[in-house]
Design a protein around this ligand. Structure first.
Ligand code: UTP
Length: 293
């Protein structure tokens, strides 16, 4: 019997330097994709997958994320008095229940691996957990990425990562995995490497930012030496973990947007707007008008 995945970790302590000056005072996770903050889209994915507790690894300048996931008493009261029932109901539906969120500070942005390690006491040492990088949006019209991974986990147990193909000439920019069966939706990981030198990648499948990890990862992270960029790299500890425990890759077939990059952010806004019945037809017209100029 596998243990149920109840908790998910959201590291939001990065500085977002690729998106300055927008991120000088606003966390990149609060920039909006259409009318919802980036981080709200990722919480939606986690809730749809059955996650019950949401652990945020935050830093200075990120307090507004905590406010976003709290009741906004004055706003709610005003909406109620103005009879804006639909808007109020939508706000309340987005809110995780009381006591279902935890916030802890990373203190210094020492790397993603260090951010995940900061969740060790909240997660504890006897249950696996999900990890979602909030700036990576996984867009699909089917089942959400994390929900697919939890299905795979329920079948195989162990550790899981979501993967997707990148062009062969870009593999050196990503964490890359080799798998037993390239065609399968879920396959055993045979190799894992962070930013392989050109021409040495075991495949073109990159790690997309969704993970299910056993708590063993915390002991490995505690002793992890800084890696690429002088940061404590999660992939380095996952490579060590893959020598101890099984790892599966779950291929994600939807679209992935890195909203921490300008192009990813802009494209995500267009893609999500085109999908909306209230905005899609109009935004399509506007895009066509701009392209015709
Ligand atoms: P990124 O490298 O994409 O985020 O980290 P960043 O450092 O904010 O971005 P740039 O390169 O400066 O623009 C991936 C994820 O890990 C988190 C980030 O918030 C992001 O969700 N992270 C990264 C931390 O929480 N702490 C860190 O020390 C580093």
């Amino acid at each position: 019997m596998t243990k149920r995945i109840r908790k998910a970790v959201f590291p939001v302590a990065g500085l977002g330097t690729r998106f300055l000056p927008a991120t000088k005072a606003i966390p990149k996770e609060m920039l909006t994709i259409v009318d919802r903050p980036v981080v709200q889209h990722v919480i939606d994915e986690a809730r749809a997958a059955g996650i019950e507790h949401f652990v945020f690894i935050t830093g200075r300048n990120k307090a507004v994320i905590e406010d976003h996931f709290d009741l906004a008493y004055e706003l709610d009261d005003t909406l109620r008095k103005r009879n804006k029932v639909k808007e109020l109901e939508a706000l309340l539906a987005d809110l995780p229940p009381a006591g279902a969120t935890s916030f802890t500070r990373q203190q210094a942005p020492l790397g993603l691996g260090h951010a995940v390690w900061c969740a060790r006491d909240i997660i504890g040492d006897d249950e696996p957990f999900a990890l979602l990088l909030p700036d990576m949006l996984h867009h699909t019209h089917g089942k959400g990425c994390l929900a697919e991974m939890i299905d795979a986990y329920n079948k195989h147990g162990g550790n899981h990562i979501a993967v997707a193909p990148v062009p062969d000439d870009q593999t050196h920019q990503y964490g890359i995995v080799g798998v037993e069966n390239r065609e399968a939706k879920v396959s055993k990981v045979t190799k894992m490497v962070e930013k392989p030198a050109k021409g040495t990648a075991p495949s073109n499948l990159h790690i997309t930012g969704r993970y299910i990890l056993q708590p063993t990862i915390f002991n490995l992270l505690a002793n992890q030496e800084p890696g690429a960029g002088g940061e404590i790299q999660l992939t380095d500890s996952m490579i060590a973990l893959s020598r101890l425990e099984p790892f599966h890759a779950v291929r994600f077939d939807g679209d992935i947007y890195d909203t921490g990059s300008k192009i990813g952010f802009l494209t995500a806004n267009i893609a999500y707007a085109l999908d909306r019945s209230d905005l899609g037809p109009q935004i399509r017209q506007e895009i066509e008008r701009l392209l015709d100029r």
